[in-house]
Design a protein around this ligand. Structure first.
Ligand SMILES: NC(=O)c1ccc[n+]([C@@H]2O[C@H](COP(=O)([O-])OP(=O)(O)OC[C@H]3O[C@@H](n4cnc5c(N)ncnc54)[C@H](O)[C@@H]3O)[C@@H](O)[C@H]2O)c1
Ligand SMILES: [Fe+2]
Length: 382
């Protein structure tokens, strides 16, 4: 099968990029914008940076913000109803992965009403129409949902998160402005940045990786290891570097998939509401150790991209350890805890491991796994 790359039609990058939202909305003839964001972003004035521009330009919009972190099926169905009620024709989404993923699901259902139950969108759904025209504006530097063909929704009843993969959901326009990220507190910057690193490393080692995605992932690893510490200290260079890095990682992993650090992170988000980036960061070095034998020379390049010196003189065991140590060090430097301190209960393990095994990211892992081995990986963060 041929390799495939799907990206935004247009993307804008750098400080001040949000001004382009108005030009794009006008050029695309948006008459009534559905502005999909979350309650905290409204409260802390992050969304206002965009609504001020829309107000100035006289563009009509309705705000929808009934979205929780790790968004639910209900958040999507309420959003679909709100979209219909206000008569919108387009979407601008301002937020982290939670707001952007909800906007994607809403945009898909409006254009493909036969999927209104939401659950039927899991996996690769046979939608026929592209989602409602969308401009995506990330406020975290992590998920890259603005450039991916994925979105993740939580099924509260079944205590599981499910991944939807659909080329029809990619926003036409992404506006990646580091100023939108500058209000993130340290812990959120660290967690979302480590999510981006997990995308880059899992994307680089996943079974479907190929030359073009390798190029994206290695550059993302390099930029994250250079800029995440600075971003946590809120330096302009750090913020700019991370805004770019997470997007580049998204250009890669969206097209080839991830691995079991993400499968496990999805189950922790669904069962315990663990922030996605924290779950990814905890699992990444553990999963790297588990996968090492199945990754050929790849950890040498990961270590090199993370700034480790002398990798060409190292034995295979040395460079594999160096790559894992560099990831652990970065995680420690930005303040990610090493485990979930008693949150996971022994009696939950069976269900967690079964859910991780069934997760859409599991087949892409370089090492084929099973429920028993997954349980052992959970034990390492208990
Ligand atoms: N679509 C994809 O390809 C993809 C990839 C990875 C993860 N995800 C999903 O994305 C979700 C996680 O998204 P996330 O990590 O971006 O966090 P999030 O969207 O869940 O936001 C977390 C919290 O941070 C706040 N926040 C966001 N930006 C802020 C800012 N600039 N200043 C202050 N507060 C801010 C939000 O209001 C929210 O309370 C998960 O559901 C995860 O499964 C999706
Ligand atoms: Fe992620």
């Amino acid at each position: 099968m041929a390799n495939r790359i799907v990206l935004n039609t247009i993307s804008y990058h750098g400080k001040g990029a949000i001004k382009e939202i108005v030009n794009e909305a006008k050029a695309r003839g948006f008459q009534h914008i559905f502005l999909c964001t979350d309650p905290d972003l409204l409260k802390f004035g992050v969304t206002k940076k965009v609504t001020d521009l829309l107000d100035e330009a006289g563009l009509v919009y309705t705000v929808y913000s009934q979205i929780k972190a790790n968004p639910t099926i209900q958040n999507v169905t309420d959003g679909v109803a709100a979209f219909k009620a206000c008569g919108a024709d387009s979407i601008v989404t301002v937020g982290g992965g939670s707001a952007m993923d909800t906007a994607k699901a809403i945009g898909i259902i409006i254009a493909n009403p036969e999927f209104e139950d939401v659950r039927s969108l899991e996996g690769v759904a046979p939608t026929k129409n592209h989602a409602v025209p969308t401009i995506a504006v990330p406020t975290t530097a992590g998920t890259a949902a603005e450039v991916t063909i994925n979105y993740v929704i939580t099924d509260v009843e079944k205590e599981r998160k499910f991944v939807c993969v659909d080329t029809h959901d990619i926003p036409e326009v992404a506006v990646v402005d580091p100023d939108m990220m500058s209000t993130m507190p340290k812990s959120l910057t660290a967690a979302t940045g480590m999510d981006a690193l997990t995308h880059a490393i899992e994307g680089y080692t996943t079974k479907a990786a190929w030359e073009l995605t390798d190029m994206f992932h290695l550059e993302a690893i390099r930029l994250i290891s250079k800029n995440l510490r600075g971003a946590v200290e809120n330096t302009p260079e750090g913020r700019e570097g991370m805004a770019m890095a997470q997007y580049i990682a998204g250009m890669g992993f969206s097209n080839v998939g991830l691995g079991i650090a993400h499968s496990i992170a999805h189950t922790l988000g669904a069962h315990y509401d663990t922030p996605h980036g924290v779950a990814c960061a905890m699992m990444l070095p553990i999963v790297m150790e588990y996968n090492a034998e199945y990754t050929g020379e790849r950890y040498r390049e990961i270590a090199r991209a993370m700034g480790v010196e002398g990798v060409d003189q190292m034995s295979q065991a040395e460079y594999r350890k160096a790559a894992i140590d560099a990831v652990k060090q970065l995680s420690k430097d930005v303040g990610i805890p090493e485990n979930l301190a008693g949150k996971i209960k022994e009696e939950d393990l069976d269900q967690l491991a079964k859910d991780a095994f069934a997760d859409a990211c599991c087949p892409g892992n370089p090492r084929d796994t099973n429920v028993e081995e997954l349980k052992e990986l959970y034990r390492k963060i208990m």
